[in-house]
Design a protein around this ligand. Structure first.
Ligand code: CA
Length: 197
C-alpha cells in the first residue's frame, strides 16, 4: 500500500513538478486519514465455495433460483459428490441401495464346501453331490440372517460350537427342507426349520 501511494505521489510530483516535500507529506497524511475513515476502497477478495457457480453477467430467472426454505422444487435430479459422511448430509441412491438389507436372490453353496461362504447374501441353496457336513459358515456378519434351501440329500448341518441347532442335534435334512439361522456374535443360532419332503 505504501509503495503504491509513493508511486502515485511521485507521479504527481513528476507531472506537476511543483510538489514540495511538505506537500507530499501532507498528501500522505490526507491519504492515511482517508483510508482510516474508510473513504478509500481497498481491493475486496470474495471467497466462494467451489461448488457454487456465479453468473457475473445476466440475471437468473426467478423460477431458476432455489430457495433455502425448500419452497421451490427442483425440476431435475440432484447429483451429489459422494456418500454422506455426517448425519445431516443428503444420501445418494447408491448409498441407500448399498445400505438396504441383503439381497433375496438365492446364492448356491459350493459343492462339498463344509464352511460355505454367506457373504453378502440372505438365501442360499445346497448342491452337494456327495455327503457334506457343514460345520460353520464363512464370512458371516453379526446379526446376519440366512435361509438355507436344501436342494440335495447329501447335506448335514452339524450342531457344534459354531452352530447351535434345535435340541443340540445335527440337522440331516432331506431335499426341499429349509432352515433359518442368524449370527449372534461368533456363532449361528437356529431360528426355524421346515421339513417339506
Ligand atoms: Ca469355506
Amino acid at each position: 500500500m505504501r509503495d503504491w501511494k509513493n508511486r502515485r505521489l511521485k507521479r504527481v510530483e513528476h507531472e506537476e513538478g511543483k510538489n514540495t516535500t511538505a506537500n507530499i507529506e501532507l498528501m500522505q497524511e490526507i491519504e492515511e486519514l482517508a483510508k482510516e475513515a474508510g473513504l478509500r476502497e481497498e481491493p475486496t477478495v470474495l471467497k466462494v465455495p467451489s461448488q457454487i457457480k456465479i453468473e457475473l453477467e445476466g440475471k437468473a430467472a426467478e423460477a431458476d433460483v432455489l430457495k433455502a426454505d425448500g419452497s421451490r422444487a427442483m425440476t431435475g435430479p440432484l447429483t451429489l459428490s459422494g456418500a454422506p459422511t455426517s448425519d445431516l448430509h443428503a444420501a445418494t441412491k447408491k448409498y441407500v441401495d448399498d445400505s438396504e438389507s441383503l439381497p433375496w436372490t438365492p446364492q448356491t453353496f459350493s459343492d462339498g464346501d463344509t464352511t460355505p461362504s454367506v457373504s453378502g447374501g440372505r438365501v442360499f441353496r445346497t448342491t452337494n453331490t456327495s455327503a457334506t457336513t457343514i460345520t460353520n459358515f464363512d464370512d458371516g456378519a453379526d446379526g446376519q440372517e440366512i435361509i438355507i434351501q436344501v436342494n440335495d440329500s447329501n447335506t448335514t448341518i452339524q450342531n457344534n460350537s459354531n452352530i447351535k441347532l434345535q435340541g443340540g442335534q445335527n440337522f440331516t435334512p432331506a431335499q426341499y427342507d429349509t432352515i433359518m439361522l442368524s449370527k449372534l456374535s461368533t456363532y449361528w443360532l437356529e431360528e426355524s426349520r421346515s421339513l417339506n419332503s
